[in-house]
Design a protein around this ligand. Structure first.
Ligand code: NAD
Ligand code: UDP
Length: 328
């Protein structure tokens, strides 16, 4: 049985990856320190004979007993409000954490896939964004802690590939959504659906003309799985190219949820990218992959999930674990 280590396992994407690899017949070791994740995301796996969980901060030396075939490094805050609250942890997990996992991959002769992001393109001057675009990132702006951690992560991963011949894969993930996102993580989909469910107005930042392209989680996981099993070492965009303005998106959520509330406008956060759309030509060619689930269907499933959560989840303003983990 092949053995895979998944960091960030208690998070949104990490927990879906655990499910996928369990379903594919792997032995899965999930690792997380719960800084933005939630044990509930893995509750259904805890009794599974092929699943084990290790609570660990990957910025500290990482040790795993036994062989490993694959490592998927997904540990990192991912939402702007999370990484603005814990900027140093964000820089550390992308840099020190990635270094630890590359070292582990080398020791175990394992293939490693790291979770990069469309944020490496910053506020892009090229549209849509293809992998050969170098990006436009403000290193010292508030978002720089995430963007630069991820850019460093890509660099050190390529260095391990070139110097040590490590088998490496880099996925550049564009905005992905679905069940198990944290309702209070501040990303636009849980934010708008949470507001609709609480009967609050929907907060559009700026004039809402900025664009995003939203990918449903099952499509994202399929792309990542195919990339891991491919033999391509350079970054690959995985995302849904169907682009929409945030204002139009808020209107879609109003329709979907039937809320009587209206849109209100708030200040656009600094360095908020004005447009984002993945060019997925490479993924199509290389992985024979493209998204299958359109936004209407993905949002229906996601809305049902948020609606089914216990009422008290709706009113949690901050992640309960932030306070326990603030050790800079
Ligand atoms: P998430 O916050 O739900 O999950 C991240 C997980 O990593 C959490 O469970 C958290 O507790 C864990 N973690 C953070 N720091 C850690 C540390 N030092 N040690 C151990 N565990 C730690 O976020 P997500 O959306 O699931 O994102 C997962 C990965 O995918 C991240 O690397 C993120 O940068 C990347 N990504 C996600 C998206 C997206 O749209 N969801 C887009 C681009 C990139
Ligand atoms: N956004 C918004 N209202 C909110 C939350 C987010 O208008 O309550 C906007 C945000 O400014 C950005 C877009 O929605 O332009 C996507 O934000 P998100 O935090 O989901 O991810 P990003 O792509 O910025 O990392």
């Amino acid at each position: 049985m092949k053995r895979v280590l998944i960091t960030g396992a208690a998070g949104f994407l990490g927990s879906h990856l655990c499910d996928r690899f369990i379903n594919e017949g792997y032995h899965v070791i999930g690792m997380d320190n719960f800084i933005t994740g939630d044990p509930k995301n893995l509750a259904h796996l805890t009794e599974h004979p092929n699943f084990e969980f290790v609570e660990h901060d990957v910025t500290e030396f990482v040790s795993v007993e036994g062989d490993l075939d694959y490592i998927l490094h997904f540990a990192s805050p991912a939402s702007p409000i999370d990484y603005l609250k814990i900027p140093i942890q964000t820089l550390k997990v992308g840099s020190l954490g990635t270094h630890n996992l590359l070292g582990l991959a080398k020791a175990k002769k394992a293939r490693i896939l790291i979770a990069s992001t469309s944020e490496v393109y910053g506020d892009p001057l090229v549209h849509p964004q293809s992998e050969d675009y170098y990006g436009n990132v403000n290193t010292i702006g508030p978002r720089g802690v995430y963007d630069e951690a991820k850019r460093f992560q890509e660099s050190i991963t390529m260095a391990y590939h070139r110097v040590h011949g490590l088998e490496t894969r880099i996925v550049r993930i564009f905005n992905t959504y679905g069940p198990r996102m944290r309702l209070n993580d501040g990303r636009v989909i849980p934010a708008f659906i949470g507001q609709a469910l609480r009967g609050e107005d929907l907060t559009v930042f700026g004039d809402g003309s900025q664009t995003r392209s939203f990918c449903y989680v099952d499509d994202q996981i399929e792309g990542i799985y195919r990339l891991l099993l491919s033999d391509y070492v350079y970054p690959v965009n995985i995302g849904n190219p169907h682009e929409i303005t945030i204002k139009e998106f808020a209107e879609e959520i109003i329709k979907l949820t039937g809320t009587q509330q209206k849109i209100i406008y708030k200040e656009l956060p600094q360095d908020d990218p004005l447009q984002r759309q993945p060019d997925i030509t490479l993924a199509k060619k290389l992985l024979h992959w493209e998204p299958k689930i359109d936004r209407a269907e993905g949002l229906r499933i996601t809305y049902q999930y948020f609606k089914s959560l216990p009422k008290e989840e709706l009113y949690k303003t901050e992640h309960k674990n932030f306070k326990n983990h603030i050790k800079l």
